[in-house]
Design a binder for this molecule. Sequence first.
Ligand code: ZN
Length: 334
Amino acid sequence: MNGIIALADIHRLKVWLPIRSLAYVNVYLINEDANSWLIDSGMLSSKSILSLAKGLREVGKDLCSIDNVILTHFHVDHSTMTVLLSETSNPKVFIGRVDMEIAKGKVDEFVDAAISLFLEHGMPKEEAKMIRESHPAIKLLDAYKDLDTVEMVPLDDGDTLKIGELNLKVVWTPGHTPGHIVLWDEKSGIMFVGDTMLLEITPHVTIHYWETDPLGDYMNSLRKIIELKPKVAYPGHRDIIKDPVKRAKELLEHHENRLNEVVEILKRFGPLTGYEIAKRIKWRVRYRTWDEYPYPERFFAMGEALAHLRKLEREGLVEQRQRGSLKIWTLRRA
Ligand SMILES: [Zn+2]
């Protein structure tokens, strides 16, 4: 009863996405007697619908037999399939309270807040416009509008959901989104981590409102996970994480290194705009020049660069000055 049995009841369904860099989202099906639970739902796209239907059929379920859905966060590839499921199965839908507020009618406002930061930090208008139009959330805005009509149950930090052998405790882990949650079963050591931790790729952390510090939040969320010492983590993408504590430490180190890289860039080339810094960071991508970056990837790069600058600003290591309509970054003078 130490988690082995609970493990057997968890089915990982690979739900394919029309997003090449991610390939698929992991949807977890947990059966509890007659009740079936999904953790995350997939994206409202034909590719995802077909693979979810097939995955469910292989374990004796279908799109009409889902009783509950828990969303780790509001992102399009995890949440929007819920719109279809609410028509086919009408499940009870749970989501972290903070992400529920964004999912309910505020997604475009949220993306636009990031785009206006990009402009303030030096991205050319035309490029920012293209990035907005190619953003997956903006492309699926209709699905989000429908998601707005789906009734949701907000989850708070410390809430517990009992599913068969599992007592899943809700742990707030902001950073990847402001209201991201992970689900933690202390007895078995199983944690469903959504996009807080992934293998091979680093979860995206961006900034939408300057008064927030999403990277600081994200790094604290990783530290929270390290303290809980999960034995196995079920992520939103890629393979199961067999040593979650090690992975959390690697991700913390990755961001420490990136923070140092930004400081080094300013030392060598500053003063610079956030846009100029984003272009100089050595992202792990196969593109040689900025012009080769597809627009959605530019959203990630620019957002990450600003999230790192914001954290460094909070730490008192860098500062921004207004030059005309632009913000210019320098190292902070002692
Ligand atoms: Zn995500």
